[in-house]
Design a binder for this molecule. Sequence first.
Ligand code: PLP
Length: 392
Amino acid sequence: MSFGFATRCVQSRDHDDPHGATAPPLHQTATFRQPTATDFGDFDYTRSGNPTRSLVERHVAALEGGAHGAAFTSGMAAIAAVTRLVKAGDEVLAGDDLYGGTTRLLARLACSHGVRVRHVDATDPQRVADAITERTRLVLVETPTNPLLSVTDLRALADVTRRRGVTLAVDNSLMSPTLQRPLELGADVVVHSATKFLGGHADLSAGVVVTNDPALHERIAFTQNAEGAGLAPFDCWLLLRSLPTLALRVERQCATAARLAQFLAAHALTQRVLYPGLPAHPGHAIHAAQASGFGAVLSFTTGDAALSRRIVEGTRLFKIAVSFGSVGSVISLPARMSHASVPDALRSRLAPPEDLVRISAGLEDAEDLVADLETAIAGVRCARISAASRGD
Ligand SMILES: *Cc1c(COP(=O)(O)O)cnc(C)c1O
């Protein structure tokens, strides 16, 4: 019998604790006693493996519809492990709107590891197909992208990469497996910043790599052990504590984001509202065909960077912070915050616009959040009117 997603969020962290503990046990230990000097048990050393980590890896993998998971100390450590799949002389094709830290990591891979990295507009799978060469080993994309919320047709992209024998990795942090499961759409690898929706409480930094391919998993697990960036037991336990509420949180956060998008789209002071749930969004239909919801993150522009900044600084319930997916709503200026790490040489092409504001809807009452935004925007408008009457 197959269960629904919310049931699996709660149930798939089942474990075989000998005492029948209902909550998952925390194995806060660095070492495990061996039966004899030459026999190893299932675990010997926490860098190599720990039962609490195995449990969270199985749980996230199951939610993504994957067979294998590997948990890391951050989303970046997870993505770095995936980049170890390529070697000097190989090529990575990456989407052109990615998390700023990913763009920075790829730039370093290109500078000091001899890997060729090219950014392409991955919203058009044909462009990716045209860009693939015999050196291309890895295609790495986000959909929707962060922070521009552009959408890529994952089935079409997976068709391209499969035909050309290239590994397709999808960063699914923005959606979480509640809404989108790229492995089921043909991707080879899914990566997560579990710091976002999976953790969901802004109290944990973590990353996960999930795949169905045992050979790929073995290479990722090798990196996890060899480089020592596996997620620590207590953080695994915190992540296990978050996962049962994942579906509930994401569903409510999506409903609130849709309400905020509708409010902002109707407001005279916004220019563009980027949210795949709006029917006018260019990726609306494709996204709806590959995901079961539109997410809790949206962006908007005002045409004026100073004005955007004042809106960001004028909210009370939305905290000014990087990251998204937490129970608390946040607001940010990506060009100055999460994407400040895009290297200077790439900024003109790969950095988000200066007037872009990004919002992540939390679990507060939607109408309180609307009122908070309304007040912040009205404050900006009043400041403008009084500036105009003073003549400055
Ligand atoms: C935050 C984020 C990352 C990096 O994850 P960390 O946990 O901060 O290391 C990678 N990809 C996306 C899409 C993100 O939003």
